[in-house]
Ligand binder design. Structure first.
Ligand SMILES: NC(=O)c1ccc[n+]([C@@H]2O[C@H](COP(=O)([O-])OP(=O)(O)OC[C@H]3O[C@@H](n4cnc5c(N)ncnc54)[C@H](O)[C@@H]3O)[C@@H](O)[C@H]2O)c1
Length: 443
């Protein structure tokens, strides 16, 4: 991104339709939260789009507007929601099943939530083994199914009078798939759709439909989905932004803060053991080894990318990294995650850090869905196309241009995020150099 390809950001006038794939715990916590905030009954804690400020210019200038006053973001009042799900429960019923939000946040908006009914999904148990649902589309080929999704998108836009749309994958984690020749080009992908090839997962059909309709697509799960060459090709062809993957909420959020600290101080790492107990539907789906494998891959990459063992073999050349997720129904959405970190200092003396993180999965994920909807829409209006690396901040396994290492360190991601907003609006980048505040004698 150079100044030469920076475009004037189009205003956020009119309605923004947020299309959610999956109407489960995360999606309903997000929708119900936005509605509570709109009614003045709650605060959007965790959303940078709604709550963060951004410093502009020198520290002495005291210019720190809210992000939403600095860049033109869609207003929450102009958001409308649609969703697909194989389970026919409306948003109120689904939120009750998820058990994340209390009655005080659901009952006053029962009519609003009950009005959000899931559109029949493109769903196949081959890809999510632990789920069953009857609210499912029928079609001869995967291309047919994709065309039906495209029609849903157009109908939703027209029926709700939307000016713009974004799509966010908030559905279950699919089984582990590897990139194959079917994912290389648009021609190969569409042929594979016509042939009902197993390499084409439902999530890819949604991504294809979204991009074909010129709708930005963000992937909140660790599925391959949009992380394949064909989607880059299509995103460029249609001038649409894409981002992913896997919302960074719990243990990985902590990992991407603590690992950079160890590295910044040149402290060594011998092992990192992470285990969780989780009792929601996501936990149940991840109890299937094939879905867990997808999640595991997404979680394991983090340490290697941050610690660069090839560059620091004495410190990080021999790390034992293990991640476990255990389905334990009594905890429902209130996950408990334990980390044991064996690290070493001066002359190799061993030390340990223990973390017991009692978090609420969907409470941490909901503001990420909101921010992705806001910032993917912003990126689209700013003419930004393809992978949105500046949104790495929100993902466990951030996408990056082919051949480029992804950035995992939370604070580098935050700097990248804010500098991109400054760049978009033609403001100076902040380098944190700071020599301008001190007087040096000229020699
Ligand atoms: N909550 C978090 O902290 C967090 C963090 C990172 C990633 N995620 C991911 O976000 C996703 C949603 O999590 P959740 O807790 O809401 O799970 P959930 O099980 O409550 O909801 C997922 C919903 O997706 C639906 N679904 C499955 N396949 C579908 C398809 N093909 N089309 C449409 N809908 C489909 C399911 O029926 C279900 O209602 C999961 O993949 C999870 O791994 C969550």
């Amino acid at each position: 991104m150079t100044d030469a390809n920076r475009k004037e950001v189009a205003p956020a006038d009119g309605k923004l339709g947020v299309l959610l794939v999956g109407l489960g715990a995360v999606a309903t916590t997000f929708i119900a939260g936005v509605e509570n905030v709109r009614r003045g009954d709650a605060t959007p804690v965790g959303s940078l789009g709604e709550m963060a400020t951004i410093r502009l210019g020198k520290r002495t200038e005291s210019r720190s507007p809210l992000v939403k006053d600095f860049v033109p973001l869609a207003s929450l009042d102009n958001m409308v929601f649609g969703a697909w799900d194989p389970i026919p429960d409306n948003a109120y019923e689904s939120a009750k099943v998820a058990g994340v939000l209390e009655a005080r946040h659901l009952d006053p908006i029962k009519d609003f939530l009950s009005g959000i009914k899931p559109i029949p999904a493109v769903f196949d148990r081959k890809y999510v083994k632990r789920l069953e649902g009857k609210n499912v589309k029928k079609g001869k080929t995967k291309r047919d199914l994709g065309e039906q999704l495209r029609e849903d998108i157009r109908n939703f836009k027209q029926q709700n009078g939307c000016d713009r749309l974004v799509m966010v994958w908030c559905a279950s984690t699919e089984i582990f798939l590897k990139q194959g020749p079917q994912h290389e080009t648009l021609a190969a992908f569409e042929q594979a759709m016509d042939e009902n090839d197993d390499a084409i997962a439902p999530s890819m059909i949604y991504a294809w439909a979204s991009l074909m309709e010129g709708v930005p697509f963000a992937n909140g799960a660790p599925n391959l989905t949009v992380d394949i060459p064909v989607m880059l090709e299509l995103a460029e062809q249609k001038s649409v932004p894409i981002s992913g993957k896997d919302f960074k909420t719990g243990q990985t959020l902590l990992k991407t803060v603590i690992a950079p600290m160890l590295k910044a101080r040149m402290l060594g790492l011998e092992g990192w053991y992470s285990t969780n107990i989780l009792g929601n539907r996501d936990g149940e789906v991840l109890d299937d080894p094939e879905s867990f494998k997808t999640k595991e891959e997404s979680k394991l990459g983090v340490l290697d990318h941050i610690l660069q063992p090839a560059m620091y073999p004495e410190l990080y050349g021999n790390i034992y990294h293990k991640v476990r997720i255990n389905y334990y129904p009594p905890r429902r959405d209130n996950k408990e995650g334990w980390d044991n970190i064996d690290f070493f200092g001066w002359l190799g003396y061993p030390m340990q850090i223990k973390i017991d993180f009692l978090c609420r999965d969907s409470i941490l994920a909901a503001p990420i869905v909101l921010d992705l909807a806001l910032f993917m829409d912003l990126a689209h209006r700013a003419g930004m196309v393809g992978i949105q690396e500046w949104l790495s901040f929100y993902f466990k396994s951030p996408m990056a241009a082919p051949g480029l290492d992804p950035e995992h360190d939370l604070f580098i991601q935050q700097t990248k995020f804010k500098n991109t907003l400054r760049w978009m609006m033609g403001e100076d980048q902040i380098t944190h150099l700071g020599v301008e505040y001190y007087e040096y004698e000229k020699v």
